[in-house]
Design a protein around this ligand. Structure first.
Ligand code: SAM
Length: 282
């Protein structure tokens, strides 16, 4: 597979929850530790929407990658890709466009460990451990140079990672660095957790960042400012459940019984949701 020459593995943290493992648990995954489960079970009473919105985001990922292949895109950089699960970006893309190429990037070393096994026989998909805040290092990575041709349209995906970029990270710079250098006709996929109620958003930010996971819940208006300069594809930037919904798309794995009581919480409470869409570079 591509991506065998990796820097020495960073240690996997066991004393703090990680986003990749907690999110993976909400998608039905099993690669998590007590610290991740305790973090979520401590978070959900105050923010019960989290299970629904994680799953709604993952369903959006399928629809957006399918749409991109139908629009002719054949190369993808998936920033903060998360732990492998069903219907990962390369599997969705290659189902509709077998020649699609994918570079996965994630800061969490557990992602690399699990993705290596999944990608063992795949020459057109690679995974690298990297920090999306260091866009220049990602652009310079040999696997990115080998698989991505910046003279052709590329899709840069920041799906459910915007909330991991705080204002101190200069998120506008992070989001625009690659797309600014990419060919016209390239796309940026984006989603993040938002709240229409700034007070509740601030409480969520304090709770999650206080647990050791970098986090900033924004308002939809704050997200719009970050993405200014790119043209949203129809139906625009909105709650992801309304982005080209498809009742026939593949379903996700069932959730663990401890999380099942929280399924459907977004029906009662619409205050916190995953917001985003797809934007095109003219
Ligand atoms: C909520 S998951 C989203 C996974 C996937 N993008 C999806 O939409 O299904 C967020 C992921 O972003 C990763 N992440 C957080 N901060 C990051 C950073 N600075 N650089 C790269 N990855 C990061 C986490 O490790 C985690 O795997």
């Amino acid at each position: 597979m591509a991506g065998d020459e990796q820097p020495e593995m960073m240690p996997i943290p066991f004393d703090v929850p990680t986003s990749a493992r907690a999110y993976g648990w909400m998608l039905g995954g099993k690669d998590n530790y007590a610290v991740d489960r305790e973090f979520l079970l401590h978070t959900l009473p105050d923010f019960p929407e989290c299970v629904d919105i994680a799953r709604q985001n993952r369903e959006f990922l399928f629809r957006v990658v399918r749409h991109l292949t139908q629009a002719g895109v054949r190369q993808f950089i998936d920033m903060g890709c998360g732990l492998p699960t069903d219907d990962n970006v390369h599997q969705v893309a290659q189902r509709f466009a077998p020649d699609a190429r994918v570079v996965y990037v994630d800061i969490d070393p557990i992602v690399l460990a699990h993705a290596h096994a999944l990608l063992a026989d795949d020459a057109t998909t690679t995974v690298i451990t990297g920090d999306m805040r260091d866009q220049d290092a990602i652009l310079d990575h040999p696997d990115v140079r080998r698989l991505i041709d910046f003279d052709e349209p590329v899709a840069v995906l920041f799906l459910s990672v915007g909330h991991h970029l705080t204002d101190a990270d200069d998120p506008r710079r992070v989001l625009h660095t690659i797309i600014d250098r990419a060919a016209p006709g390239s796309y940026l996929g984006f989603s993040q957790v938002v709240s229409d109620d700034p007070e509740r958003g601030a409480a969520m930010t304090a709770h999650i960042s206080g647990s050791g996971v970098p986090w900033q819940t924004r308002t939809p208006g704050e997200v719009d400012v970050l993405l200014d300069g790119l043209a949203p594809v129809e139906p625009g930037l909105l709650n992801l459940v309304d982005w080209r919904p498809d009742a026939d798309q593949p379903s996700l794995a069932p959730v663990h019984e401890d999380l099942a009581p929280y399924l459907g919480a977004t029906e009662q409470n619409k205050g916190i949701y995953e917001y985003g869409g797809l934007l095109r570079k003219a």
